[in-house]
Design a protein around this ligand. Structure first.
Ligand code: GTP
Ligand code: MG
Length: 328
């Protein structure tokens, strides 16, 4: 991701994988609109398409209101003009969320990683550790998920692979105590970034959300400005439920950044627009697969383009996904 030609490759993977679960908005629209002029009926079809892509009622309503005005003024007379306007509107909605994670001056810079079970927290920590190590920063991973022995081992493997320090206790240990020790140790060793893993939990499990708040308090007691980032990892496949998770984790913990994973699966990428519209939180990274290189920065314009066009070329021909499958 930091290597100069990496963003382009990452963008190609995003395009190839984003709409795997369904055809791209553009391909659907071109098929639907062949030979039709842009009128109210066409806009109604577009509305249905956006809703089924998980863009959500509010964002879809805003987009349609804008497009309707422009159609009435005869600014959008053909499919290409309509698709261009759609891409622009989506890009504007996403733009406020394009805010990369900047490692500030605090040492260690503490990142607390939270989310529901299986959303991709530990994997994202591993990928992020790798990226930060590549920037020459020293990193420590803290095994705050003491729920399962396997979770500690999984993080340990990522620490070794990325050349990060590792701080853990026995399975069943108190996550607050793990964080206390890890942070003290990171301070003593002058570590640049401390990435803290936590056990997955449902936003509705009150006692587990209280446990996370306590972990956050323990960190702040040692270092008042920490955690410097509360990173919520969301599985995009969860659709509108991911939005509900984000709202509740944010209310409980004050989330400062998001990671959206599994955009390569059957996820309908429109959920990213719904989340952006509802929360406006920085989207720090997106995940489009399980490998290290499948993790990258969020680029609003590129994402809007990938969402509308997918891997299809401008004429809706053979997609890049097929090309990529043949190439690998
Ligand atoms: N396809 C795909 N798989 C992913 C992505 N990110 C993570 N995964 C996979 O999702 C599964 C769960 O990832 P973990 O990182 O273990 O998730 P977690 O949130 O730590 O899970 P718990 O600790 O059990 O709550 C693993 O098989 C990962 O390889 C992604 O962007 N795309
Ligand atoms: Mg985990």
């Amino acid at each position: 991701m930091s290597i100069p030609d990496e963003p382009l490759k990452f963008l190609a993977r995003l395009k190839a994988r984003l709409n795997r679960g369904s055809a791209s908005i553009a391909r659907d629209l071109r098929t639907l609109l062949r030979g039709r002029k842009i009128d109210e009926a066409v806009l109604e079809d577009l509305e249905t398409r956006l809703l089924s892509a998980d863009v959500g009622v509010e964002a879809t309503g805003e987009i349609l209101a804008d497009l309707n005005r422009r159609v009435a003024r005869h600014e959008l007379d053909d499919v290409d003009a309509l698709l261009n306007a759609l891409r622009d509107r989506l890009s504007e909605l996403l733009a406020p969320c394009e805010q990369p994670l900047l490692i500030g001056a605090a040492r260690p810079f503490v990142v607390l990683v939270v989310g529901v079970n299986g959303s991709g927290k530990t994997t994202s920590i591993g990928k992020l550790a790798h990226e930060l190590r590549g920037q020459g920063l020293s990193v420590m991973l803290a095994a705050g998920d003491t729920f399962r022995a396997a979770a500690i081992e999984q993080l340990h493997i990522w620490a070794e692979r990325s050349g990060s320090l590792f701080s853990a206790q026995q399975p069943g240990a108190d996550p607050g105590a793990v964080m206390f020790d890890a942070l003290k140790s990171a301070q003593a060793r002058g570590v640049d970034v401390l990435l803290a893993d936590t056990a997955g939990r449902l936003h509705s499990q009150t006692h587990l959300m209280e446990e996370l708040k306590k972990v956050k308090r323990v960190i702040a007691r040692i270092m008042p400005a920490a955690p410097h980032e509360v990173l919520l990892v969301l599985d995009a496949n969860q659709g509108q439920n991911a939005l509900a998770q984000a709202q509740q984790f944010h209310a409980a913990l004050g989330v400062t950044g998001l990671v959206l994973t599994k955009l390569d699966g059957t996820a309908r990428g429109g959920i990213v627009v719904a989340i952006a519209r509802a929360l406006g939180l920085p989207i720090r990274f997106i995940g489009v697969g399980e490998k290290l290189e499948d993790f990258g920065l969020f680029d609003a314009r590129a994402f809007a383009g990938a969402l509308v066009d997918g891997a299809a070329d401008e004429r809706g021909g053979a997609g890049g996904a097929a090309r990529e499958a043949r190439a690998s």
